[in-house]
Design a protein. Structure first.
Lengths: 456, 486
């Protein structure tokens, strides 16, 4: 049997030692009424080459980023991943280990996590980061609950320029706990700081920076407003590489940062596994969800690393734990550590700068196209919203035929945005790709006009 | 603090680089025109400045300071540390999966959606359930989805139930999840045979009960012998049966949770379906439910219409989302490859051999270690170091640490909480008789050491990269990040 080494003779030997006659006897405790008395109705088993053939054919039916030049972002970014990242992370020693419960033989994982926590703190300008959460959206859900626990208040102000799926997750996490979520309107692509947003019952204000539209929020002003009312500022972020160039949320006054770490060396993977980042101030660490690695010494006084502050966690505190999280995204965190090591301070700056410059180039080119205009006037990082002469959905379909994933249509997320596309440019895109993309946009619009007799 | 092995930061040399990024190929515009000057970063992050070779050596050397299934036996109870096939790793990294953007139009992700649909069909059959969601990233995330659905189900019937019952042997995630969903947690004891105590359960069951969260086989590695009667009683008060499927490996093809009376369950694909554990994650926690809970599944749900597949977002009774996008897709690819590699017979053989191997190790260790529930176990069993503690003053922790010197990962220890000095062993079906023998020999040798040279065990491990670590110091003086000097 595939992946089972035991031979029939060995099986007999084991049964003898156990003192039973058959394997069936080992299941004597399963009540007859609940036994499955027929074979499972599954697809037939395949040989190894057949599995490869089947999976290749399924993979071939997908319009992946080697086939469609990717101008889509919205929480999943096509940054270049140096091959060293997954050649290291994919080593069996990392891949096939589990949570480092036995610290003495898991110093590799533990030290790498400690390094990861440090790098995340540095990039975000924060004091402590945990060992990882599931993804950016669930990290934000947990961050909001954490803010409630810290302030003992139950009202949360949530900017509508936060990723719509992240907002859905915040609602799912908060609703059963009786936390009131107030969505705060965006204007011209921004969440204008407004003193009316906060009051004495406000636990947290949540803004995304750069926000879902790619625009740069006035985080400092929101921090002042929140702090003035005794509330916390939670900053969500879908691409932490922005802080290679931009002032990081910690410096701007964030109390908790919930970020998506996919852009840090993790593949697009059709949406997962990704990497949830939570970082905060030292004073809040005991309310933090998730695992933490700390440095300590062994019995000979040598430096070593262990899982620590575990009295926050479910396996010790059970219903009083800060979260139920157990399995996290350790391997993706390791990928982020390797990626950030390769880039270093100059590298993250250079990637971020390339993103801004290239995105700006494409933004200006598209803005010149007849029928297109920029939805919002303000500065952006590597994403921007364009109003399109055809529906965003139709345009993306037409562009796919030309070999482009042209962006993310916003109609399904925001009312009044059926004719809007969220376009992203990472350092991976070249000027030539952008120029051909602009030409394709023009063609797609011309063809669309013809197809519907001039109506758009 | 003496350090034998440097941090990556301690390898840093100013000006060194490990990347080859392109020069800008677009017209140069002063940065200040693109980003408001106040928004620019004032101080660069103190990331390491190292070459690519520095990075490769550093993380390769770190990998040598890690223990893994690829290196040796990993009998960590409750975690199902089975072999992770290389084939499944390779197919998960095909560009058609790994390079696929989650917002690619539906007609261009048909391969991915078909894979999900077919995986869902296979898992439904294995579970005896009617519908699945792929959204949860891990088991505990699945528990959250499951209980949120239970809550939504009662809300749709105008009922507000306030309590969730868990056995005293439950994983910590169960009560923690119940609390996240706003439920009061009621704990029920286990009986002398290691089953949930039926009488104690009945005392707690009433119209306030939303669900019983049960692990089966339970965390003692024992099948709940009265699971059908438990389900009857729980359903009699209108409550729901939740299965923590962490131990599904013992059941596949033998008995189905849906047939046992469970209404909702999660499966840890990183356990039963062999996706690698990654040093703590990522996992994948598929949740399967009976038809009456289907309307409450998180969005989106993968549906098939003829020979086309689609993501259905229009589900008014849905609990919403617990993450962005659709799930830990790369792990779903691995799990799909696993299910297709094994098929019906192969999966049933998994359960049979997991149980056979566990019982074999249990029988071999029984003369040396206390086995508090001496009956046939399922895929794992719980022993106790209580004899060694009384006799030799050596704890389970010491025994676990000593095992590391013998080249094995330790079993899960001090869990479940109801067994004193617990040692929970899960050998899995992918280990050979020779490996099991070697482990048994080591455990017997350690028992002898406890008698003859207890100090050696108490001060173990002796051969690992670092010795026993000071956990109290780590918690009292938290040092959670490296800090640049000055």
């Amino acid at each position: 049997m595939r992946y089972i080494p035991t031979t029939p003779e060995e099986r007999e030997h084991m049964l003898r030692v156990i003192g039973v006659r058959s394997v069936e006897d080992l299941f004597a405790d399963v009540p007859e009424a609940v036994r499955l008395r027929r074979p499972l109705r599954l697809r037939p088993a395949l040989s190894d080459p057949e599995v490869v053939r089947l999976l290749r054919s399924l993979a071939d039916h997908n319009g992946h980023a080697d086939r469609l030049t990717c101008f889509a972002g919205a929480g999943a970014y096509d940054h270049f991943i140096p091959p060293a990242v997954w050649q290291l992370v994919g080593r069996g020693e990392f891949l096939t280990a589990y949570t480092p419960y036995q610290a003495e033989i898991m110093q590799g994982e533990l030290q790498a996590t400690y390094e990861y926590q440090t790098m995340v703190c540095e990039l975000l300008g924060m004091e402590v980061a945990n060992a990882s959460m599931y993804d950016g959206a669930s990290a934000l859900g947990e961050a909001v609950v954490m803010a409630r626990d810290l302030t003992r208040r139950d009202r949360v102000v949530l900017s509508q320029a936060v990723h719509p799926e992240y907002r859905q997750v915040v609602r799912t996490y908060t609703e059963p706990l009786g936390i009131r979520v107030v969505e705060w309107r965006h204007e011209s692509g921004l969440t204008p700081p407004d003193p009316r947003a906060v009051d004495g019952s406000t636990a947290a204000v949540v803004v995304q920076h750069p926000n879902f539209f790619g625009c740069l929020e006035d985080v400092r002003a929101w921090a002042e407003l929140a702090h003035g009312a005794g509330a916390l500022l939670v900053v969500a972020c879908a691409d932490p590489l922005a802080f290679g160039l931009l002032e990081p949320p910690g410096t701007l006054g964030a109390d908790i940062v919930a970020a998506e770490g996919q852009p840090l060396g993790n593949p697009l993977n059709f949406g997962g596994p990704y990497l949830g980042i939570v970082a905060t101030r030292e004073q809040f660490v005991r309310r933090m969800p998730g695992r933490l690695v700390g440095a300590t010494v062994d019995r000979h006084g040598r430096r070593g690393f262990v899982l620590t502050l575990q009295t926050r966690e479910q396996h010790i505190r059970r219903e009083k734990a800060t979260s139920n999280i157990c399995t996290n995204e350790a391997l993706n965190a390791l990928a982020a550590a390797v990626y950030l090591s390769l880039l270093g301070p100059q590298g993250v700056r250079q990637v971020a700068e390339l993103c801004v410059r290239k995105a700006h180039y494409l933004k200006s080119r598209i803005a010149e196209l007849p029928g297109f205009h920029l939805a919002f006037p303000g500065p952006t990082f590597h994403e921007f919203v364009v109003r399109t002469p055809r529906s965003g959905e139709a345009l993306v379909r037409a562009l796919a035929r030309e070999g482009f994933l042209g962006g993310v249509p916003l109609g399904r997320f925001y009312r009044g945005f059926r004719d809007a596309l969220l376009v992203c440019v990472t350092e991976s895109r070249t000027r030539e790709e952008m120029d051909t993309f602009v030409a394709a946009l023009e063609r797609a619009v011309r063809r669309g006009r013809r197809a519907v007799g001039g109506r758009v | 603090m003496r350090a034998d092995f440097p941090l990556i930061f301690e390898r840093s040399v100013p000006g060194r680089r490990g990347f080859g990024l392109p020069a800008p190929d677009v017209p140069s515009v002063p940065l200040e025109q693109l980003v408001p000057p106040g928004a620019l970063r004032s101080r660069p992050p103190a990331l390491p400045e190292v070459s690519e070779l520095d990075v490769v050596r550093h993380y390769t050397q770190l990998s040598h300071r890690n223990f893994s299934i690829d290196e040796g036996f990993y009998p960590l109870g409750s975690c199902t540390m089975k072999y992770n096939p290389k084939l499944h790793e390779e197919v998960a990294r095909l560009p058609g999966f790994a390079r696929l953007h989650p917002y690619t139009p539906e007609e261009l992700v048909q391969g991915a959606l078909r894979l999900l649909w077919e995986l869902g069909e296979e898992l439904r059959e294995l579970a005896g359930m009617d519908a699945v969601t792929f959204q949860p990233a891990a088991g505990a995330h699945g528990e959250l989805v499951g209980l949120l659905m239970v809550r939504a189900y009662f809300a749709s019937r105008g009922e507000r139930r306030t309590r969730v019952i868990v056995p005293d042997s439950a994983h910590g995630t169960n009560p923690a999840t119940a609390a996240m969903v706003g439920y009061e947690v009621v704990t029920v004891r286990s009986d002398s045979r290691g089953n949930l105590d039926l009488a104690a359960l009945e005392e707690q069951l009433d119209h306030r009960t939303a669900a019983l969260m049960l692990t089966n086989p339970n965390t003692l590695g024992l099948f709940e012998e009265h699971v059908d009667r438990i389900a009857e009683r729980v359903h009699a008060v209108g409550a729901q049966m939740y299965l923590d499927g962490a131990n599904f490996n013992a059941m596949v093809g033998v008995t189905r949770p849906g047939d046992q009376g469970f209404d909702v369950m999660h499966m840890n694909l990183h356990k039963t379906f062999s996706t690698p554990h990654g040093g703590g994650g990522p996992g994948a926690g598929v949740v399967a439910v009976k038809a009456h809970l289907e309307p409450f599944l998180p969005v989106p749900v993968v549906v098939r219409e003829g020979d086309r597949y689609r993501l259905d977002f229009d589900r008014p009774q849905s609990i919403g989302r617990v993450r962005a996008f659709y799930g830990n897709f790369a792990n779903l690819v691995r799990a799909y490859a696993y299910v297709r590699s094994l098929g019906a017979e192969g999966l049933r053989a998994v359960a049979e051999h997991a149980v056979l191997h566990a019982n074999y190790v249990r029988a071999r260790l029984a003369p040396y270690y206390e086995i508090p529930y001496p009956r046939v176990c399922k895929h794992e069993f719980v022993a106790s170091g209580v004899r060694q503690k009384k006799r030799d003053g050596v704890t389970t922790k010491d025994i676990a640490k000593r095992l590391l010197d013998y080249g094995f990962h330790a079993p899960t220890v001090y869990f479940p909480l109801i067994v004193e000095e617990a040692i929970m062993v899960e050998p899995t079906e992918t280990e050979s008789l020779q490996t099991l023998e070697a482990f048994v020999d080591a455990m017997i040798a350690i028992d002898r050491e406890c008698r003859e040279d207890p100090e050696k065990v108490r001060t173990a491990p002796h051969t690992t990269p670092v010795g026993r670590l000071d956990e109290v110091r780590a918690a009292r003086q938290p040092d959670l990040r490296w800090k640049p000097k000055g």
